[in-house]
Design a protein around this ligand. Structure first.
Ligand SMILES: [Zn+2]
Length: 452
């Protein structure tokens, strides 16, 4: 069977001299080839559309554990760590991460060592070793990663937000995993973690759910033959993509104030609403528009007022934690000591500002300005390191049509006041979650909020 080369237009920056080609291998692996004669590093990234949302209920962290087990040895190169040793000895680095709906594996290396590096990389997806010997050690590695996360306020807050959501939704789960979820609890249930791991891999990892980006200085034809040769043996089972419809926050998870004690100094106030996911209307840029106005720092803005009052040192606003099915809009405010004493007034001012935006209507002039700024940023962007570029693009391939693989949602172009108004109208007091981090909370409940 021949390799499919469908001539598709990929929108690229005007200043970008690199060449791009999309191919689909007979096993349905979709690949973007990038030829950059000026690069001093080659890179590749494989994005698999399987993440922690696919974890079985009794094995939280299994997708993440698979990422660890897959990415260290294969049947062809069974020597432990020989892959990362090869990469670092040839001027490169390697990494991987697991998110809710995908897992991304990537590396870069000196141009001259790319062929062998890519062969080693490809074998993780063709025939990974996942040896029984490595099981305990890698569960311990996952566990120590989690121990490290426990000291990070960002990780703790993220997990807390997940915890305060419907337990029937995968968002609720503990995605990292630890010794308890991957060893103690499965054992108590008579499950063998490695056996479950292999089952999970065989069920979920299929070439049709993978997107590969390969970046090298050679010609597109040469990169293509290398890719065909090395990746054609990845198994395809035509597996369907994981979907979980519905929002993880039900009414009982809204209108709450959560008080947390951070590990680090500093007071943070996070104001969060569930909203319609931006990706469903990514050409209309509704979250960009609203984030731009709420996060504005000029005279007359919300932040300007909070700063003048001596209550805040920074403010940001935008969409976070989104998938195609659900999303959140978050306003993050770093408070001063005085600001912490006036938290209720700050929340009041924020809602007053949002109400002003809701009532004053959507401005085409502001949208056009934003759209022009985004276009300039896209077309005149500096090159980023190839390893970062391939990770960005392979992640986009899962979400956008080929035309938008490079620009993704960064180029809002269709003015749709109705869509912008829709998200503005979702930012109501009825729909909100407040998370405050403060080292020494004063006693007593705030008056109007349920404290959990
Ligand atoms: Zn890890």
């Amino acid at each position: 069977m021949a390799v499919g080369i469908e001539e598709v237009e990929i929108l690229k920056p005007r200043t970008d001299k690199r060449e791009y080609r999309r191919i689909v291998l007979p096993n349905r692996l979709e690949v973007l080839l990038i030829s950059d004669p000026e690069t001093d590093k080659a890179a590749a990234s494989m994005n698999v559309s399987v993440g922690s949302f696919s974890d079985p209920d009794c094995l939280e962290g299994l997708a993440h554990f698979l990422e660890h087990m897959l990415f260290y040895a294969s049947e062809k190169y069974p020597l432990e760590d020989s892959y990362s040793k090869y990469i670092t000895e040839h001027g490169g680095c390697t990494n991987a991460f697991t998110s809710s709906e995908h897992t991304n594996y990537h590396f870069d290396v000196n141009n001259d060592s790319f062929e062998e590096a890519l062969d080693r990389f490809a074998q993780f997806f063709v025939r990974p070793l996942m040896s029984p010997d490595a099981t305990t050690r890698e569960i311990k590695a996952v566990d120590s990663e989690n121990q490290k996360n426990l000291l990070s306020d960002g990780w703790r807050m993220a997990q807390l937000q997940k915890h305060l959501s419907a337990d029937s939704h995968p968002y609720h789960k503990f995605s990292t995993g630890n010794w308890d979820t991957l060893e103690v609890r499965p054992k108590a249930k008579g499950l063998d973690t490695r056996h479950e791991l292999v089952k999970f891999y065989e069920k979920n990892y299929s070439a049709n759910l993978m997107h590969l980006v390969v970046y090298w200085k050679e010609s597109l034809d040469k990169i293509q033959s290398l890719v065909e040769n090395k990746f054609q043996d990845i198994r395809n089972t035509d597996r369907g993509c994981f979907h979980c419809p519905g929002h993880p926050c039900t009414p009982e998870h809204l209108q709450i104030l959560v008080k947390t004690v951070p590990i680090k100094q500093g007071h943070k106030l996070r104001i969060i609403w569930p909203i319609t996911p931006g990706i469903r209307h990514y050409k209309e840029g509704h979250c960009w528009y609203v984030g731009h106005l709420i996060g504005h720092e000029g005279e007359g803005s919300l932040f300007y007022i909070l700063k003048t009052l001596g209550w805040a040192t920074s403010l940001s606003a935008g969409e976070v934690d989104w998938t195609y099915e659900f999303s959140f809009f978050k306003v993050n405010i770093a408070l001063t000591d005085a600001g912490h004493e006036h938290m209720e007034q700050i929340v009041g001012l924020l809602f007053k500002y949002i109400s002003l935006l809701q009532k004053s209507g959507v401005s085409e002039r502001i949208f056009d300005e934003l759209s022009a700024i985004c276009e300039t940023i896209f077309h005149y962007q500096d090159k980023i390191p190839p390893i970062d570029y391939v990770v960005n693009v392979s992640s986009n391939m899962q979400l956008y049509p080929p035309k938008d693989w490079l620009g993704a949602s960064s180029l809002p172009s269709n003015f749709s006041p109705g869509t912008i108004q829709m998200v503005l109208d979702e930012l109501t007091p009825d729909n909100v979650r407040l998370l405050g981090a403060y080292l020494s909370w004063c006693q007593g409940k705030p008056r109007r909020w349920r404290v959990v």
